[in-house]
Design a protein around this ligand. Structure first.
Ligand code: GMT
Length: 394
């Protein structure tokens, strides 16, 4: 099969969809494909351009007449520019809003034709996507995308019932690099930046928004403290951080909490945790839980949406209703007071990550999806000739 030229459109966020998109792009380039990232800011894991990896920044359109920088127009124009200049075969939009619609529009405008693939990550169809003015745009772009994938079976069913019954939506679970997220990275010096040696480390990693349910994180930790000498380590930043501080002050537990702020390399800290707590109200997948599993850290989480596809109940983690702080506190106490149990659950998590969420397997699924999209669109153009001409003119 010939190597592809792929445009990846993503949000440059530290976690979530931006991270998955970046890891996918890096993996595709390793397989010999040419990858063009198109985003507002260089994805943080894409250190620099290389032979097969390129970053194209979307510049805002600032003109006094406009009250906003017209990002969607700027992005559409950039996709057209990159597609035409580099003869892209596929544009892969991660997070449908606004990327999927921009990719579609760019396809209509561009002289060079390409296929579009959209990956729906979660809030793009659940929270943001349900917003009244955005709903029809989202539905339209899902219909128009040559192929649509999403990150869990739960999320696929959600799209079927809320947006589009007739479109085939492929589930491609997220993946994890076990050489990056590994218990081998546990480091006593890093641990000491977060906790005392005699404290068990309970970690929560998020962007601290309402859906992450930080209220339950604090309440469960407060209940746990009655049984176990522990420290709550919070990784990330977001609007709920101040609220957590106030809640901890009220409960008089602030001295047991470490706020690490936004960190780019979660893999440095995660292996030093004794368990993670993620009680989100909604979560199409949860990369944090998979990252914890890869690092052999047992998980205590909510049982919502796609989470049961990631965690195996009672084997590598425990799941509860999002507001069941008592249940979560008891589960954490059980894990943290039994070294063998903690170790066995951690190891089971890494085994599961290896078996079900391997990068090679998932990236191959995406590549197949690209070839299928190209075949479905049946775009006829003398691509090989165009590439030959470019190569020969160098
Ligand atoms: O919700 C977040 O924390 C960010 C969001 C995003 O779009 O970056 O995460 C979504 O995509 C991730 C990658 O596929 C999933 O692991 C998260 O579960 C999903 N978040 C939600 O569904 C709330």
């Amino acid at each position: 099969m010939s190597k592809l030229r792929i445009g990846i459109v993503c949000h440059p966020s530290i976690g979530g969809s931006g991270l998955v998109a970046t890891e996918l792009g890096l993996g595709l380039a390793k397989l010999g494909h040419e990858v063009h990232f198109i985003s507002s800011v260089r994805p943080f894991k894409l250190i620099e351009d290389s032979q097969r990896l390129f970053f194209h920044s979307v510049e805002a359109i600032n003109y006094p007449l406009f009250s906003d920088p017209l990002y969607t127009f700027a992005l559409t124009a950039k996709i057209v520019e990159v597609a035409e200049q580099y003869q892209l075969d596929v544009v892969h939009a991660h997070y449908s809003i606004p990327h999927s619609l921009c990719a579609y529009l760019a396809g209509e405008i561009s002289i060079h034709k390409f296929s579009t693939v959209t990956t729906i990550h979660g809030t793009d169809v659940t929270l943001v996507g349900q917003d009244k003015p955005l709903y029809p745009l989202n539905k339209f772009s899902i219909q128009k995308s040559t192929k649509v994938t999403t990150v869990s079976a739960y999320q696929r069913n959600y799209i079927y019932s809320h947006f589009e019954k007739d479109k085939t939506i492929e589930v491609i679970h997220n993946f994890i690099d076990l050489s990056v997220f590994t218990p081998a990275n546990a480091d006593i010096n890093i641990r000491r930046q977060m906790a005392m040696d005699d404290e068990k480390v309970v970690m929560h990693v998020s962007n601290f928004r309402a859906l992450k349910n930080t209220d339950t994180v604090v309440r469960a930790f407060y209940l746990l403290l009655r049984k176990v000498n522990a420290r709550l380590v919070l990784l990330g930043s977001g609007p709920y951080i101040d609220k957590i501080k106030q809640q901890c002050e009220k409960l008089d537990i602030l001295q047991h909490v470490t706020f690490m702020g936004a960190v780019t390399h979660v893999e440095t800290y995660l292996p030093n945790a004794d368990c993670v707590i993620q009680p989100s109200y909604t979560e199409s997948f949860s990369m944090v839980l998979l990252e914890a599993m890869a690092c052999e850290v047992p998980t205590v989480s909510s049982n919502v949406d796609g989470v049961p596809e990631v965690v195996e109940e009672g084997v590598c983690g425990f799941m509860f209703d999002p507001d069941d702080a008592l249940g979560m506190a008891k589960a954490m106490a059980g894990i943290l007071s039994d070294q063998d149990k903690q170790q066995q659950m951690g190891q089971a998590g890494r085994r599961r990550a290896r078996a079900l969420f391997s990068p090679a397997q998932k990236i191959a699924q995406y590549v197949d999806c690209y070839y299928d999209a190209i075949a479905e669109d049946d775009i006829v153009y003398p691509r090989d000739l165009a590439i030959d001409l470019q190569v020969n003119s160098k």
